[in-house]
Design a protein around this ligand. Structure first.
Ligand code: NAD
Ligand code: ZN
Length: 256
């Protein structure tokens, strides 16, 4: 770790200690250390030979659900096998100590709740439940996913025979209204936003930290590569979140 990054981590620890209403905004990069690839890293393979709008959009899902399930199958397996990493646990510790008020996440992997965070706004849904696209019956997702990981067949609704979709948000779908409203409210009240592991390229989620910024919050970006929002941040730390966050915990303990 360079001296410059170490200094930035110390500054992040100071900002977090001074904040009254800090929140985190997380993306796929916080979970790569748990073995789940993000979408934009080269060589991860998730988008190779796939047109996202064809396979991961609501329109594409209705046209060809099998293509969607074939694409998500390896990702679902990785997500169910994954464990929270030190970055998730750092956020859980901060929430339990009252330092962090909540997490707005774009991730569907449920690792924040599994690490122990209570106040999590899952803007892009999750894999806990699944819904029939015809009669809207809701089912627990775990048995459906286990079955489909085994046989690769599109899950069907026992009541009406239509396709069942996991409760994750596809391109072209509205974000879940209650989560979105609650996330915006948390952002408006925040005085510090830790943006962790997000390219900030997926709209409208990426607008939420900007809402906080417009209301006077300070922004810290912790990401492996630069983002289009770096110039707006008070602090940019280009580092692995699974290393940087425990380091910030450590700095805060030292300065007590
Ligand atoms: P993204 O793939 O667009 O960007 C991830 C960013 O994280 C990249 O800029 C990358 O440099 C950075 N990164 C990767 N590993 C890192 C690490 N160890 N430490 C710090 N930074 C790291 O992700 P996004 O902005 O979240 O947008 C992707 C969309 O895909 C989201 O809507 C999300 O729902 C979905 N997605 C979710 C998961 C998941 O649930 N884990 C995984 C893949 C994609
Ligand atoms: Zn049904």
């Amino acid at each position: 770790m360079t001296r410059e990054i170490q200094e930035s981590l110390n500054q992040a620890a100071d900002l977090l200690s001074q904040a009254k209403r800090a929140i985190a905004f997380t993306g796929a990069g916080i979970s790569t250390a748990s073995g789940i690839p993000d979408f934009r890293s080269p060589d991860c393979g998730l988008w190779n030979n796939v047109n996202p709008l064809a396979v991961a959009s609501m329109y594409g899902f209705r046209q060809n659900p099998q293509a969607f399930f074939d694409w998500i199958r390896p990702l679902a397996r990785l997500m169910l096998d994954a464990l929270p990493n030190p970055a998730h646990y750092a956020l859980a510790e901060w929430e339990s100590k009252g330092i962090l008020k909540g997490i707005i996440t774009q991730n569907i992997d449920m690792l924040h709740t599994r690490a122990g965070n209570k106040n999590v706004y899952e803007l892009h849904g999750h894999l806990r439940e699944a819904t029939c696209i015809h009669c809207f019956s809701v089912y627990p997702a775990a048995p459906l996913i286990a079955q489909f990981l085994e046989d690769g067949l599109v899950p069907r609704c026992p009541k009406c025979g239509s396709v069942i979709k996991p409760n994750l948000i596809l391109f072209g779908e509205q974000l879940p209204m209650r989560e979105l409203m609650a996330a915006k409210e948390a952002a408006r009240k925040a005085d510090l936003v830790l943006i962790i592991g997000s390219s900030l390229e997926v709209f409208p989620a990426s607008d939420i930290p900007m809402l906080a910024l417009r209301n006077g919050a300070k922004i810290i970006i912790i990401n492996l590569e630069s983002t289009n929002f770096d110039s707006l941040a008070h602090l940019v730390i280009q580092a692995d979140a699974a290393v940087a966050l425990p380091q910030i915990v450590h700095c805060m303990e030292l300065s007590k």
